[in-house]
Design a protein around this ligand. Structure first.
Ligand code: ADP
Ligand code: MG
Length: 677
């Protein structure tokens, strides 16, 4: 049985205009082990076509190619990949080394595709490289070698899997005569070791060193003769048999780790491009994380603010506002309204689905007044001769504000006290803005000071003593005063006017009852919770819309990142078409090619997210510092799941983005890829 038998091969190429070109026309020839065959013919005579058929790179032909009696046509894809990997070693005119891999890695790549252990494959490669006189070059990159050296590396790669057949398509075509002689000597030695070496050439001189010369013209064999001068030193047949025995190992394939290593090498080779791409992706990640954090931070801030204003056991009822201006002129409750509120809440609490013993008792409802005052409507004066200072907000105590908000002093009752000089003076609480208005050094200095409070609407002009300073960040930019409700009411009555409450305070038995009633008030269109709560609600509604908008923008930027990765990988596939052809010629399966490219996009994602997460941390920290310096707090909340989402999404989009280019790479035709310039 012959090592290789070719029977009546016809090969036609389909051309674009539906015509066909007959590249091989009834070719029949067979070869034995140990032969060094030269296939010689003019350019275009069909030599490469024949080599590609023998090498299993092209399966579209008529006729039979028998390898040790088995027809190549009967091979399944998997067997064909295996055949290219194990039985065939390709050597090309243009060397076709992978530029970003070292010499050693170039030689071991066929073993890498079979997942051979690192130490084993390096040892094997070193033995072969030493034989070929390349032991000192193993760490270099292909571009650092001469033509002859490159071709020897390519031969080492072809030999590493110990194939039966070496196919060398014009191996000396790019070499000078001296190097040509060296390479031919190597090929002869390989044949002498019992392998079948088929070499294509168009040079008679090159052909003359081989054991057999097959001439081909216009797709047909026109001459086939043995070289009488050829001296073989064929080795013991037994050694050859032993070599064959060694090959019966369980088949393994490119491992994820090796794919990762290949990808890292390639990514490093085009690091600037990859870094820029990762930077782009990471910027979209950073913006996503920051936008989420910003949205959450502001929402939390506003919720906290609203929370800090409210006593957990107090329900604040206001009338629903019908327009924005109601914030400044809130609606007041009449006696009937108060009865109505009591009934409405009790009706709600009597609902059989609600489990609470609590009922609102009308006589225990406390009244409050709270308004923002238009400029000039309320003022204070330190004494009769000094300038009037505008007050912006007037709220009645004690219910609305909590003890925690009191910075100094006390939230007093309504008792009118008597000053040292014998005058009756009321009590007033300010927010900390008063300290600046009065030109004081410390908050404490404000306590005990007397001011004349003037409220124009009610004709009130009264000396009052500052008994406390409240911290209310919501009104920190305006001057706000707090007066006891009953005291304010008595002052208005003195002027013959009625102070109607704008808010009702209901003390409940527990926080859960408070929440229960609040949730009723929130859904009712007659009533609302306190003005501050309303504002907080409005803000948090605005914030959730805002956060959603931010998330959409972030999503779009991720999409852009995904398209960017796709474009870059797609370009990378075109750039590396030849490399893909080489990988296929040495037995890479479609799956392996896919693996290499998806691993690469996975790596881009991983790299981007590392850069992205670090950048988010840094940018976030900078924002926090800037915000703290500018406004005293940072409206940024980072939840771990923002990072987790960002990481997950970036891996997902990069892998998704890689799928199309990867499958394009896997589908490339090996013969065409090898022709690719
Ligand atoms: P050579 O002997 O120079 O290696 P080839 O085997 O490459 O020749 O090509 C043989 C003939 O087939 C040439 O005329 C070439 O133009 C043609 N040919 C090769 N590949 C293709 C292809 N993919 N499509 C069309 N024609 C092709
Ligand atoms: Mg050719």
């Amino acid at each position: 049985m012959k090592a290789l038998e070719i029977k009546h091969i016809y090969k036609e190429y389909k051309l674009e205009n539906k015509t066909k070109f007959q590249a091989l026309n009834d070719v029949s020839v067979s070869f034995d082990k140990g032969e060094l065959v030269s296939i010689i013919g003019e350019s275009g005579s069909g030599k490469s076509t024949l080599m590609n058929l023998i090498g299993g790179l092209d399966t579209d032909y008529d006729g039979e190619i028998l390898i040790e009696g088995k027809s190549l046509k009967s091979f399944k894809d998997k067997q064909l990949d295996d055949y290219r990997k194990k039985k065939i070693g390709f050597v090309f005119q243009s060397f076709n080394l992978i530029p970003h891999l070292s010499i050693l890695d170039n030689v071991t790549i066929p073993l890498t595709l079979s997942d051979v252990k690192e130490s084993e494959k390096n040892e094997k490669a070193k033995i072969i490289l030493k034989k070929l006189g390349l032991e000192n070059q193993i760490k270099k990159k292909p571009t650092q070698l001469s033509g002859g050296q490159k071709q020897r590396v390519a031969i080492a790669r072809a030999l590493i899997n110990d194939p039966d057949i070496i196919l060398a398509d014009e191996p000396t075509g790019s070499l000078d005569s001296q190097t040509t002689a060296q390479i031919l000597e190597i090929l002869k030695e390989i044949a002498d070791e019992g392998k079948l070496v088929i070499m294509v050439t168009h040079s008679e001189k090159v052909a003359s060193v081989s054991s057999r010369i097959v001439k081909i013209a216009d797709g047909q064999i026109i001459e086939d003769k043995m070289n009488q001068n050829y001296v073989s030193s064929t080795k013991d047949q037994q050694i050859i048999e032993e070599q064959n025995l060694n090959k019966k190992k369980k088949e393994k394939h490119l491992s994820f780790l090796s794919a990762l290593k290949l990808s890292v090498h390639n990514m490093w080779a085009s690091r600037t491009k990859n870094f820029l791409m990762a930077l782009g992706v990471s910027i979209s990640l950073v913006s996503m994380i920051l936008m989420l954090a910003f949205g959450a931070g502001l929402t939390n801030y506003i919720n906290d603010l609203a929370q800090s204003y409210t006593n957990p056991k107090i329900v604040t009822v206001t009338k629903s506002s019908t327009g924005f201006m109601d914030f400044f002129t809130p609606q007041t409750f009449t006696e009937d309204d108060i009865t109505q509120v009591t009934n409405d809440i009790n009706d709600y609490l009597n609902n059989e689905n609600i489990e609470t013993e609590f009922r609102v008792n009308q006589s225990e409802i406390k009244f409050g007044y709270s308004t923002y005052i238009l400029s000039g409507q309320a003022t204070i004066q330190v004494d009769e001769t000094s300038e009037e200072i505008n007050i912006t907000s007037l709220t009645t105590t004690p219910y609305y504000y909590t003890e925690e908000q009191l910075l100094v002093g006390k939230i007093s009752g309504s008792a009118e006290t008597v000053s040292e000089t014998g005058e009756k003076i009321g009590e007033v609480i300010f927010n900390s803005k008063i300290v600046g208005e009065l030109g004081l050094e410390n908050i404490e200095d404000a306590i005990g000071k007397t001011v004349i409070v003037k409220i124009k609407d009610y004709n009130i002009e009264k000396k009052m003593k500052i008994t406390g300073i409240i911290d209310s960040s919501m009104t920190s930019q305006i001057l706000a005063i707090y007066i006891d409700y009953d005291y304010l009411k008595s002052l208005t009555e003195e002027q013959g006017k009625i102070l109607s409450p704008t808010s009702l305070y209901i003390e409940t038995d527990s926080e859960s009852t408070t929440n229960l009633i609040n949730s009723y008030l929130n859904t009712s269109d007659k009533y609302s919770v306190s003005m501050e709560n309303q504002m907080a609600n409005m803000f948090s509604e605005m914030m959730s819309t805002f956060s959603f908008a931010l998330a959409v923008i972030a999503g779009i930027s991720l999409l852009v990142a995904m398209i960017m990765i796709m474009v870059v990988l797609y370009m990378s596939v075109s750039e590396r078409t030849r490399e893909i052809g080489v990988l296929k010629s040495i037995g890479a399966r479609k799956k392996d090619i896919k693996k290499i490219f998806t691993t690469e996009s996975f790596l881009v994602g991983l790299f981007s997210e590392i850069v992205g997460v670090i950048c988010s941390g840094i940018v976030g920290a900078i924002f926090i510092i800037i915000f703290k310096a500018l406004i005293g707090f940072a409206p940024l909340t980072f939840y771990w799941y923002y990072f987790a989402t960002a990481i997950g999404l970036s891996v997902l989009i990069s892998v998704l983005a890689g799928l199309y280019p990867a499958s394009k790479a896997a589908k490339l035709d090996p013969v065409e890829s090898l022709r690719h310039e």
